[in-house]
Design a protein around this ligand. Structure first.
Ligand SMILES: NC(=O)c1ccc[n+]([C@@H]2O[C@H](COP(=O)([O-])OP(=O)(O)OC[C@H]3O[C@@H](n4cnc5c(N)ncnc54)[C@H](OP(=O)(O)O)[C@@H]3O)[C@@H](O)[C@H]2O)c1
Length: 329
């Protein structure tokens, strides 16, 4: 089969398309012939040695994907060749070969059905980002309906998922994006207000728009200098769910900003959930999305051979998920 191989941890620039032996399914696993796979910033972090996982090299990146079951390993009775499935967040593409390949071996417990009415590319990129967004929204306990939720990097995979789920939970969403066009799309997706974090007066405009209230929960995909600015908008007992750090470390941070409003900051780790937890949460995510008739947003679909261009699009800042068409690509 064809697969994108990562020979070393010097970055995605060293990925190469190669012919490799097909995977062999072990006990409880199936071989999924991939139709679509989707990209995540963590693929790049892993390739740059910025991620805890240290898989055997050469490694195949890619955590998300959908396809058709082609072969059953020993002990598999619940699936049949020809069944179509999506990879739920798992070790696929982390500590075991991933979905940037024509075939991948996946434990059956890490596969879920394709949600009714979703296209194949929509299904291919959904599981990791929705599970992450759900954890970010719920990790502090139940938020009362109509809470004010601010999402940074709201146009990205996790951001769009967070906007949609927060709306489905009945909250009011403030979305941050550096792009006017993506801000317009975010309002269509349900954000009440959007602001450009690159604008010097965005905090003043945001405070005026939500006055007399303050933000109850911030979901931060960005870090860097934006995190202290977001903390400034929080109200008493405000919380920050830290998902990502696309703008890098937070260099100047005054811990005193946490004292008087008793602000809490906590890390999100979608990989910390057990399989059973991930499956249960996925069911809840689907229930929430269907309650508001929402579905995943695909930014773009690249041919399999254009994985480098797809990573380029991810680095630019997509509107939803960046996907590669493995079959026929
Ligand atoms: N903790 C976890 O369990 C977990 C799980 C999944 C993802 N993550 C992390 O969460 C972060 C977001 O993931 P994602 O899949 O949503 O990423 P993504 O699809 O690449 O989107 C991120 C968005 O953030 C904005 N952005 C990108 N770089 C930026 C910068 N330097 N400064 C300001 N804004 C920037 C862009 O929006 P605009 O162009 O519209 O501004 C972009 O669309 C990543 O760091 C990822 O590794 C963590």
């Amino acid at each position: 089969m064809r697969a994108w191989l990562l020979d070393d941890l010097t970055g995605i620039g060293s990925l190469r398309l190669a012919e490799v032996p097909d995977p062999i399914p072990q006990q409880g696993e199936v071989i999924l012939r991939l139709h679509y796979a989707s990209l995540n910033p963590a693929d790049r972090y892993l390739a740059e040695r910025q991620y805890p996982a240290k898989p055997a090299l050469p490694h195949i990146l890619g955590r998300d994907g959908m396809g058709t079951v082609e072969r059953l390993g020993p002990g598999v009775t619940l699936l049949q060749p020809g069944d179509r499935r999506v990879v739920l967040r798992s070790e696929v593409g982390v500590n075991r070969p991933g979905t940037f390949a024509e075939r991948v071996a996946v434990p059956v417990d890490d596969l879920v059905e394709i949600p009714a009415g979703w296209s194949d590319p929509e299904a291919a990129g959904a599981t990791l980002v929705y599970l992450t967004a759900y954890q970010a929204l719920t990790m502090w306990g139940a938020l009362p309906r109509d809470s004010l939720v601010l999402v940074t990097g709201a146009s990205g995979g996790v951001g769009v998922a967070a906007v949609q789920l927060a709306r489905a939970m009945g909250h009011r969403v403030i979305a941050l994006s550096r792009s006017d066009e993506k801000s317009r799309r975010l309002r269509e997706l349900g954000a009440t207000n959007t602001f450009d974090p690159g604008s010097p007066d965005w905090q003043r405009s945001a405070k005026a728009a939500i006055a007399p209230r303050r933000v109850d929960l911030a979901i931060d995909n960005i870090g860097g200098k934006l995190l202290p600015e977001v903390i400034d908008l929080l109200g008493d007992l405000g919380k920050v769910s830290v998902v990502g750090r696309l703008a890098g470390p937070v260099s100047e941070f005054n811990t005193a900003t946490l004292f008087f409003r008793r602000i809490r900051i906590g890390g999100v780790a979608v990989g910390a959930w057990t399989r059973a937890e991930s499956r249960a949460v996925w069911g809840e995510v689907l229930r929430l999305l269907s309650s508001v008739d929402a579905r995943p947003l695909v930014d773009s679909v690249f041919p399999f051979g254009d994985l480098a261009k797809a990573f380029g699009r991810l680095a630019q800042g997509p509107m939803g998920k960046v996907v590669v068409a493995v079959a026929g690509g």
